[in-house]
Design a protein around this ligand. Structure first.
Ligand SMILES: C[S@@+](CC[C@H](N)C(=O)[O-])C[C@H]1O[C@@H](n2cnc3c(N)ncnc32)[C@H](O)[C@@H]1O
Length: 322
């Protein structure tokens, strides 16, 4: 697989973001993209097979059942760009369906080099598919893929796994608008969205009894210890999942079990946390079916088709750029 790597200093950027998020007044916060280093990406793969986390299986079921219906609605030839591909396992269904009619370039866009490597291992065997990985932030990567397309080629952007839910609702809308700006009329966005469901079911999905999601969350502290020489004492922290009724989201936090001060030398910074104080690390917003069609219209797309999994309420939405 060809690969285009990040050239800026990622540790410097990580340190700057940690400093900004932990020094802000009120709720302390860390950006969820930092959950995905090598350890975090591996743990996410385990989360995706936990019995309590039905989301990935629902997404996969929809892609397996409807890949041919999705592909037949696309113009040809098409280049596929995937935002935050992770291991790309589910994408196999789309790529296999495409490979029956055309040679296809598949461009996973990832900030996690470990995820990009998994993606290559996972999908490298599909005939008629060439993989060009981009170790980039979502929109930087998409701009590059769009700039490389040849005359007559359309773009299919995949944003699966309800990763859109990691954005605040308003930021999600702005993000879709940015995507639309990069696309041309007729290009498509396949957007996976987790739908609203009972709170207890959601909380189990983000706080499994085996503690894998807890390890995924706390790994962010371990990552700061590894990369920024911080001295977070992990047993003094715990993973918390909460449901935010107003935002209709599940929030992951890291709670401090006591009052403590932590040094983060590479960020030239130390932070004091009170007993019970939390650091907010991720949100996963949940959607209603109708909401997606409205958001699509609002952001310059139209919702061409929607497929819903009834076992775990999840929607695959095919949005076409107008
Ligand atoms: C929730 S996981 C979803 C993975 C996969 N799409 C799925 O559905 O299972 C989000 C993925 O997006 C990547 N990611 C997070 N923030 C990113 C960013 N700003 N730019 C590029 N990739 C990002 C992470 O490394 C991770 O692999």
């Amino acid at each position: 697989m060809l690969s285009h790597a990040i050239t800026a200093d990622p540790v410097y950027e990580f340190a700057a973001d940690v400093r900004a998020g932990l020094s802000q007044p009120g709720q302390k916060e860390l950006l969820s993209k930092y959950l995905y280093d090598d350890v975090g990406s591996a743990l996410f793969e385990v989360i995706s097979v936990l019995p309590e986390y039905g989301l990935t299986r629902a997404d996969e079921r929809l892609l397996r059942r409807h890949a041919h219906h999705i592909v037949e609605r696309l113009p040809s030839p098409v280049v596929v760009a995937e935002l935050g591909s992770g291991s790309g396992k589910k994408t196999r269904w789309i790529l296999q369906a495409l490979s029956q009619t055309q040679r296809t370039s598949y461009c996973p866009i990832e900030i996690s080099p470990a995820a990009l490597a998994m993606c290559k291992r996972e999908l490298g065997d599909i005939d008629a598919i060439s993989i060009v990985g981009f170790e980039r932030e979502y929109l930087d990567g998409l701009l590059e893929v769009a700039a490389r397309r040849e005359a007559g080629e359309s773009l299919l952007v995949l944003f699966l796994g309800s990763t859109i839910g990691n954005f605040d609702r308003e930021a999600g809308v702005s993000f879709l608008r940015e995507i639309r700006r990069i696309l041309q009329p007729g290009d498509a966005l396949l957007l996976g969205t987790d739908l609203e469901k009972p709170m207890a079911q959601l909380l189990r999905a983000y706080d499994d009894p085996l503690g894998v999601t807890a390890a995924f969350n706390l790994n962010l502290l371990a990552r700061m210890n590894r990369e920024l020489d911080a001295n977070f004492d992990l047993p003094q922290f715990e993973h918390v999942a909460k449901f935010n009724r107003v935002a209709r989201s599940v929030e992951m936090h890291i709670l401090s079990r006591c009052k403590q001060t932590v040094n983060i030398p590479a960020a030239d910074f130390s932070v004091t946390l009170q007993e019970g104080e939390t650091i907010w690390t991720e949100s996963s917003h949940k959607y209603s079916r109708d909401e997606i069609a409205h958001i699509a219209k609002d952001t310059g797309f139209h919702c061409e088709s929607q497929w819903v999994d009834e076992e775990w309420r999840f929607a695959e939405n095919l949005l076409v750029a107008g």
